[in-house]
Design a protein around this ligand. Structure first.
Ligand SMILES: C[S@@+](CC[C@H](N)C(=O)[O-])C[C@H]1O[C@@H](n2cnc3c(N)ncnc32)[C@H](O)[C@@H]1O
Length: 285
């Protein structure tokens, strides 16, 4: 079949579900992975035949997209910062908001010191691995309660050529962290059950509930616990970074112990939502 015909099939099959630009993106990303061709290759030669061995995969990818399976799971690949990650159901697909959190960390901490960094709830390992890559002197530890997440994280560390210490641990059951750190970062579960109506079907059906949802009656349980652990485990002048629920900025700020941390601050993301929090442990208590 020609690539032009395949593109036509994508448009006809998916137009009831997605915007035209999104369908284009799906097609070109699949083209890249299945045919190793760029959009420019396609534009210059739309009547080129698909490779003989990719026909079944094109159809499988199209069926999956029709079932609203996220593109990143279909391709088993997600881009984060300037790196590529393997992703599969069982780990959250890295989000652009989280790239902004990583950027804030990199703007804040010195790159020329052997920092000790902890990422709580690491998922695909996107935060831990990007920090390890950009801060080559750092020692990065990553915690998750999900074995699958740690397996995916370890695979991504190899893919990106960095070392991270992976720890299977339930942070909510942790009385004290076993080490001291210069930076503790977390993008924990923070979507309340009441916010599920705002969440797209493809997220609810395919992405792990363990990574996303918290009970309405206790939505900040992860922040409370991690802030408490960080107050004891952060070195003087060390940094705490959170990705936060956009509706709970003020409440999350209140959890930061004013006796132990300098003035904490919130930061808005590219959608203008309060999405990040930063607090510095006081130098001397
Ligand atoms: C919102 S996801 C973030 C994943 C990744 N850090 C990212 O930014 O894409 C939250 C992560 O926390 C993990 N998690 C959930 N409950 C946990 C717990 N009690 N202890 C440790 N990790 C937990 C989930 O498995 C998931 O990987």
């Amino acid at each position: 079949m020609t690539l032009k015909n395949i593109k036509h099939q994508f448009v006809e099959t998916l137009k009831k579900l997605y915007e035209p630009e999104e369908i284009e993106l799906f097609f070109y990303r699949c083209l890249e992975q299945l045919e190793q061709k760029t959009k420019m290759d396609f534009v210059l030669n739309p009547l080129a035949e698909a490779r003989e061995d990719t026909g079944v995969l094109w159809q499988r990818y199209l069926r999956d997209l029709e079932r609203e399976r996220p593109l990143q799971y279909v391709l088993e690949q997600a881009y984060f910062y300037d790196l590529t990650f393997f992703v599969t159901e069982g780990v959250l697909i890295p989000r652009p908001e989280t790239e902004e959190l990583v950027e804030w960390i990199l703007q804040t901490v010195p790159a020329d010191r052997p920092l000790r960094i902890l990422d709580v709830g690491t998922g695909s390992g996107c935060i831990a691995i990007t920090l390890a890559k950009k801060l080559p002197l750092a020692h990065v530890t990553a915690i998750d309660v999900s074995e699958m997440a740690l397996e995916v994280g370890a695979k991504n560390a190899v893919l990106n050529g960095v070392e991270v210490e992976w720890v299977l641990q339930n942070i909510l059951d942790t009385a004290a962290l076993s080490d001291c750190f210069d930076v503790i970062v977390s993008n924990p579960p923070y979507v309340r059950d009441l916010e599920k109506v705002e969440i797209h079907n493809n997220v609810k059906v395919y992405e792990p509930a363990l990574a996303l949802f918290v009970p309405d009656h206790n939505p900040l349980l992860f922040y409370r616990k991690i802030a408490e652990l960080a107050a004891a485990a952060l070195l003087p002048s060390g940094w705490l970074f959170f990705e936060i629920n956009q509706y709970l900025g003020a409440e999350t700020l209140q959890l930061i112990d004013a006796e132990r941390f300098e003035e904490p601050e919130l930061k808005r993301d590219f959608r203008d939502n309060e999405r990040m929090l930063r607090a510095q442990r006081k130098a001397l208590l």
